[in-house]
Write a protein that binds this ligand. Structure first.
Ligand code: PLP
Length: 379
């Protein structure tokens, strides 16, 4: 049975051309890029060509690209790197309570070290409507929320630019999906490979020249002394290849995914299950989040819905993958005003260019059946 994968915001399959690029490097370019002999230089060339390609594709300078192991590492590097650069002076950061745990848990760690964090309020879709007048050292916001698909508005970003404070953007769910040229004026942008057809274990950071930070890893002089450790040459080659592929097809994929999103939205609302869509109309079409039971007396177990769909060959998420398994209600859903019951009665679908109308039709039918069955059992 062919499975239906509707969880692309958690991770994506590796693109076959990316696998090819990786296998080529693994087989033929095994030297240590810090070695000065032929094999080392060959590996170094792979890294520098990948850096140039990524910089060119994103309209940046090669020296602004820092390779990391993940977006979590990129985010930790920026937040802790600025905090420790300023240390022992107190730092003040601005963010929201709907950020990914990579940001939120880092902020909480820093708060224990006497960092002051201003959390700006968000609306019921997780969108930031305004920013307060507090002066801060760093603003850290996600461009696309990984649970609701809410997008950071250009107006807010303009306001942030006007404040002349440092800005970090978590652009993980935006790369190759929503255009974000305006946001390149941020001092730091964090990215991940495994959301765009590259493997897990590789990410990068764009750092505007002159925007220093205290390095997170200490060791060798790799990445211009900004990230010590022997580079994952094969992953870096795969990352560059994935970015090239996804950006070359972005516009065409966007209109396809918009069509899928509209189809599922209308389909869900037509099922008659009192469904509330938690994703804004003008958010990223790649993510669709909805609550399927508002009434605690219905006693619908969201985890059981997810597992029933899984048993029928459909993979979806009930929150961010990083927190599923912990059975805690999603911090994002709580922050946008959901009760514990509503939060567990919520699903997130996330699409890709390979998602078909046929697949989402099957999802709608199976979801309808599962929910009707659960309601009849509880009645
Ligand atoms: N930021 C966002 C918005 C994400 O969706 C994720 C992953 O789910 C991350 C950060 C962390 O990325 P990584 O898995 O590369 O550490």
């Amino acid at each position: 049975m062919n499975r239906i994968y509707l969880d692309h915001a958690a991770t994506t399959p590796v693109h076959p051309k990316v696998t090819e690029a990786i296998v080529h490097v693994l087989n033929d370019c095994y030297g240590n890029p810090s070695s000065i002999h032929h094999d080392g230089r060959k590996a170094k060339v792979i890294i520098e060509e990948a850096r140039e390609k990524i910089a060119h594709l994103l309209g940046r300078e090669p020296a602004e690209v820092v390779f990391t192991s993940s977006a979590t590492e990129s985010i930790n590097t920026v937040l802790k790197g600025l905090f420790f650069k300023n240390y022992p002076n107190q730092s003040v950061f601005r963010s929201t309570s709907v950020e990914h745990h990579a940001t939120l848990h880092t902020l909480q760690y820093l708060e224990n070290k006497n960092c002051d964090v201003v959390y700006e309020p968000v609306n019921t879709f997780g969108e930031l409507a305004n920013i307060s007048n507090n002066n801060v050292d760093l603003n850290s916001f996600m461009l696309v929320n990984n649970e609701t698909g809410a997008v950071l508005s250009k107006d807010i970003f303009e306001k942030l630019l006007g404040r002349k404070e440092k800005i970090h953007i978590d652009a993980v769910q935006a790369l190759g999906k929503v255009p974000f040229n305006e946001f390149h004026q941020a001092d730091y942008l964090s990215f991940s490979g495994h959301k765009i057809g590259a493997p897990k274990g590789v990410g990068f950071l764009l750092v505007k020249s002159g925007s220093d930070f205290e390095e997170f890893f200490h060791g060798g002089a790799q990445e211009r002394n900004r990230r010590a450790g022997t580079e994952a040459v094969h992953h870096i080659a795969g990352l560059a290849s994935a970015i090239e592929i996804i950006l070359s097809e972005q516009a065409q994929h966007l209109s396809h995914v918009e069509q899928i999103n509209r189809f599922v939205r209308n389909g869900l609302l037509g099922l008659g299950h009192d469904i509330v869509i938690n994703s804004p109309n003008h958010g990223s079409p790649y993510i669709l989040n909805f609550t399927f039971s508002q009434d605690e007396d219905e006693k619908i177990d969201g985890e059981a819905v997810l597992m029933a769909l899984d048993g029928r060959g459909i993979s979806v998420s009930n929150g961010s993958a990083c927190s599923s398994g912990s059975f805690e209600p999603s911090h994002v859903l709580k922050a946008i005003g959901k009760s514990d019951y509503e939060a567990q009665a919520t699903l997130r679908l996330s699409f890709s260019s390979s998602t078909t109308i046929k697949e989402v039709e099957i999802f709608l039918d199976e979801f309808d059946l599962v929910l009707k069955r659960m309601k009849s059992i509880n009645f």
